[in-house]
Design a protein around this ligand. Structure first.
Ligand SMILES: C[S@@+](CC[C@H](N)C(=O)[O-])C[C@H]1O[C@@H](n2cnc3c(N)ncnc32)[C@H](O)[C@@H]1O
Length: 523
């Protein structure tokens, strides 16, 4: 009994009593406990704050008048008996829901364990003005997935409903804004607060709330994921791995349309730039269907490269392509440059070394009805440049339509530029130059990524590109790693020069060369 009284006192001192958590304390008090507590309190009165004693006394008197001592009744007593200043504090709860402590450490999801009843303030509103009042109280009413804002007023006549309010915003009639108070007056709705026991279940919680409740306290519970069609793709930290299946299930439950959650099990380092992944929850179907910039793609996400964060970059480059142009896509993947460019009326030669990418590229060409505009190849990038590209280029250079070469393999593409050296050196250079525009991607960890990628491209090409190219920052892929795109007109000297792959590429100051070499090794 003593502990009950102390429990309440401690809670007061620390302002911890809230609609969510004080029920738990007060529920544990039965009627005799309250009587006993009251007797005990008289013995403590010299030690206790007089205001607090008066307050507690009023609570107990009110509680004793209740027929059955249910948590809501106690809560109502609490709120109506409290001094205004104390009445405010219990409801100033930063979180609406405090999960039961038993869920902490759960590894297999038990949805029922999250069910909890909380007490929320409410207004009694006549049915005739209900819609208008709900509209006026948008900011103060409760907003939660699956929780009704209006409920039946069980104790009163059927002419009234209860509008449930958010206890974090409304703790007393004075909590309403001037506009809200004015609206209530105009609809003749009393500002008197009523209290309603609201059952919150797993379905009413957000994924962060569930994960925060389950994962060890103080540890990062970030539940970020990338969405690729029906697949949510996560990158869990070590401390989260123990909960991986639960996390997967929660992400699936809370995100409509996600029917499969995967965790990538290694960094993207394979030749084909695809992730190894483990299914955490849902179906094992890895064939995703996505829409990017209005184009539909299908592919097996576990076997090809796809990055939803590149959609703006794909669009940026495709916008530079005109009807009648030709695009050589050296590292085409499943077609996010090639297919939209083909849809614009360009002719495409698209290549990828990964047989799966090649297969899905062809599939996507059919899906988007551009198979007549796209020729697909399954070659190494250098072989593609020295084969199909070399074969087509002379004729294209005699024409007037633009020629683009897209090289999106940022870890390696700059090194592949050497394949252009002396590519056409046995041939006669055309009089009218219609030289290809190259869009070559590279990662950089350098403090000056623009200079870094230009220097590396120059070295690989054997031709100084400084002041002859433009550099575009694509995105930051890691804290100290940027993805860049160097755009330049492929120099005639490179294409028609003697095959210079083995020769020293460019005349750069020795210090710069050194820096270049170091950077290349580091990337
Ligand atoms: C970063 S992905 C880019 C795919 C696509 N262009 C995009 O933007 O989504 C690079 C692609 O290059 C392919 N690849 C890797 N090494 C290659 C090589 N040596 N030759 C040709 N393709 C290669 C991979 O299979 C992958 O599809």
């Amino acid at each position: 009994m003593l502990s009950h009284v102390l429990l309440i006192s401690v809670a007061f001192d620390t302002s911890e009593i809230t609609p969510c958590n004080h029920n738990a304390s007060l529920c544990s008090l039965d009627q005799s406990a309250l009587d006993g507590s009251r007797r005990l309190m008289t013995q403590f009165k010299h030690a206790c704050n007089r205001r607090m004693l008066r307050f507690l006394g009023r609570i107990f008197v009110s509680a004793q008048t209740q027929r059955s001592l249910n948590p809501a009744a106690v809560h109502r007593c609490f709120c109506s008996a409290a001094y205004p200043c104390l009445a405010v504090k219990p409801i100033m709860e930063p979180k609406l829901y405090r999960p039961p402590p038993e869920v902490r450490g759960m590894t297999a999801l038990d949805k029922d364990a999250f069910t909890q009843t909380i007490t929320v303030p409410a207004l009694r509103v006549p049915i005739g003005v209900l819609n208008k009042v709900v509209k006026s109280l948008k900011k103060s009413s409760i907003q939660r997935p699956g929780v009704p804002r209006v409920v039946q007023d069980k104790e009163q006549s059927s002419d009234f409903r209860l509008v449930l309010l958010d206890p974090r915003r409304v703790s007393a009639p004075s909590s309403f804004s001037e506009t809200e108070a004015e609206a209530l007056r105009s609809f003749s709705v009393s500002e008197e607060l009523h209290y309603y026991e609201l059952k919150l279940t797993y379905d009413n919680l957000k994924s962060e709330e569930v994960l925060e409740a389950v994962l060890p306290q103080g540890q990062d519970v970030t539940s970020a994921f990338s969405r690729v069609g029906h697949i949510a793709h996560m990158n869990l930290r070590d401390h989260q791995l123990q909960y991986k299946n639960l996390i997967g299930q929660v992400i699936m439950d809370k995100n409509p349309g996600v029917t499969c959650v995967v965790n990538k099990t290694n960094i993207i380092d394979s030749t084909y730039r695809n992730f190894k992944m483990e299914v955490l929850a849902g179906e094992e179907n890895m064939v995703a269907k996505v829409k990017e910039n209005g184009v539909t793609y299908e592919f097996d996400f576990s076997r090809v490269y796809w990055n939803p964060r590149l959609s703006t970059e794909h669009q940026r480059v495709v916008q530079l392509v005109k009807r009648g142009d030709t695009v050589f896509d050296v590292f085409a993947g499943v077609g996010p440059f090639a297919i939209p460019a083909a849809r614009l009326g360009a002719s495409i030669l698209a290549n990828d070394l990964n047989p799966e990418s090649y297969r899905w590229l062809q599939h996507n060409c059919k899906l988007n009805k551009v198979e007549s505009k796209v020729r697909a190849f399954n070659l190494d990038g250098r072989a593609f440049i020295r084969g199909p590209l070399k074969q087509e280029l002379p004729a294209l250079m005699r024409g007037t339509s633009a020629v683009h070469v897209v090289m999106n393999l940022p870890a390696l593409a700059l090194d592949f530029l050497d394949a252009f050296r002396g590519l056409l050196h046995h041939q006669e250079p055309p009089c009218d130059e219609n030289l290809p525009t190259v869009h070559c991607y590279g990662f950089s960890k350098d403090d000056d990524p623009d200079t870094d990628v230009v220097e590396r491209a120059s070295r690989s090409l054997g031709f100084p590109l400084k002041n002859r190219c433009s550099v575009h920052f694509v995105r930051n892929v890691a804290p100290n790693k940027d993805m860049m795109c160097v755009r330049f007109t492929l120099p005639k000297d490179v294409l028609f020069g003697s095959d210079a792959e083995e020769s020293e590429p460019i005349e750069e100051p020795a210090s710069k060369r050194q820096k270049c070499e170091e950077t290349t090794n580091a990337t």
